[in-house]
Design a binder for this molecule. Structure first.
Ligand code: FAD
Length: 342
């Protein structure tokens, strides 16, 4: 076991989380523990570090702090990348949970590893990508994850094959209450070494038509530019990305809605249900570009709620409640927040 003094020395008290949440709220945590390795975290746990309520964060890009956090915030600095297995067709790579997600995407693209380029420029870290099952442009983290490793609050290491992670749209085992006491330490991905693109979502194909050849790095570049055009930069406008999940409804309910709202866009899912873009519904309710106090609905993408300057968690919640009520009034659908309220 490591030296108790050394492990606890790095515990920061009354710590501002301003740099750790993309909404830009200056909330504080009682204490903050930034660990470098699984051994560090295990020593901390075994020496009684988890005495108060705790929360493991990544880059804070999907967190909405409603007040100071009266407990301990944990954060991983494990940023290792290790090739476990490689064939001419694919590579299995094990990545530390603390690595910035987009740094890993850049790393993969540089090595001509395919499969995560559509997830370029999503904020946050590798561990949270596996917790959240991040997704964009027809690709989800679960499509490339092989295994997730965790350390429990008892200091026990566990491994979960992807089939055990209960992945669904923005959902996983690790988001459920029963698994909040497990901290993701590493994620193993299986990436292809031969070209295999998914280009039929959004404006990707249209943008690529301006170039003579489709390459991996070009797809990444195009996706980054589309995202920069559409989404607010948290450094300018504090936000947590898509604030609401796109609701999934039965085919029957969708047909009724489509009769009443013929312009309603939709995506048919493999199981017959239908996903409706929440952003379209919010826009249809007239919220796009509108504000409520210091919080607003982003002018270019109605699914994103932004801190217009000086907003608190309560301001954003007041706006989200108002938006949710309008959508319910018009469509009789309750849109659920994707952002984690703390
Ligand atoms: C501008 C913008 C654009 C975005 N675009 C997208 C998008 O296209 N697609 C998408 O899916 N998301 C998107 N998001 C949301 C966000 O980037 C993702 O949810 C991301 O995975 C959050 O990562 P994070 O490291 O910031 O996690 P945090 O926000 O810090 O945490 C998210 C959740 O994961 C848990 N967690 C974090 N790390 C660990 C760990 N090591 N072990 C256990 N639990 C952990 C936290 O407790 C929390 O419940 C966007 C956000 C922003 C601000």
């Amino acid at each position: 076991m490591g030296d108790k003094q050394a492990v606890f020395k790095v515990l920061k008290k009354n710590y501002s989380l301003l740099a750790h949440n993309t909404f830009g709220f200056d909330v504080k945590a009682n204490s903050f523990f930034d660990y470098q390795s699984v051994a560090d975290l295990r020593d901390f746990i075994r020496q009684g570090g988890l005495t108060e309520p705790y929360l493991h964060i990544g880059g804070g890009s999907n967190l909405l702090f409603t007040q100071d956090y009266e407990g301990l915030v944990l954060h991983s600095q494990i940023k290792t990348v290790e090739v476990l297995e490689e064939t001419p067709e694919w590579v299995c790579v094990r990545v530390g949970a603390g690595m910035v997600w987009d740094d890993f995407v850049a790393y993969a693209v540089e090595r001509s590893w395919y499969g995560i380029e559509n997830l370029s420029w999503i904020p946050g870290e590798v561990g949270a990508a596996a917790v959240q099952n991040i997704g964009a442009y027809g690709v989800e983290a679960k499509d490339v994850i092989v295994e997730v490793e965790t350390l429990t609050s008892e200091g026990v290491e566990k491994r979960y094959a992807v089939s055990e992670c209960a992945y669904a749209y923005r959902k996983s085992l690790f988001k459920t209450e029963a698994y909040k006491n497990e901290f993701v330490t590493h994620v193993t991905f299986r990436l292809r070494k031969q070209a295999c693109f998914k280009l039929e979502y959004g404006a990707i194909r249209q943008e690529l038509a301006n170039y003579p050849e489709t390459t991996l790095s070009l797809v990444r570049q195009v996706i980054i530019s589309i995202r920069k055009e559409k989404l607010p930069d948290p450094k300018e406008w504090g936000n947590g990305g898509s604030f609401f999940m796109n609701p999934i409804v039965s085919n029957e309910l969708f047909r009724q809605l489509k009769e009443e709202f013929p312009a309603m866009p939709f995506y048919e899912l493999e199981d017959g249900r239908v996903k409706i873009p929440a952003g379209w519904m919010i826009e249809a309710c007239g919220w796009k570009g509108k504000r409520l106090g210091p919080a607003g609905v982003f002018e270019k993408q109605a699914l994103v709620l932004v801190n217009l300057g000086g907003a608190t968690g309560a301001d954003v919640i007041a706006l989200s409640n108002a938006v949710r009520a309008s959508v319910y009034e018009m469509f009789k659908i309750d849109i659920c927040p994707e952002v984690n309220f703390i």
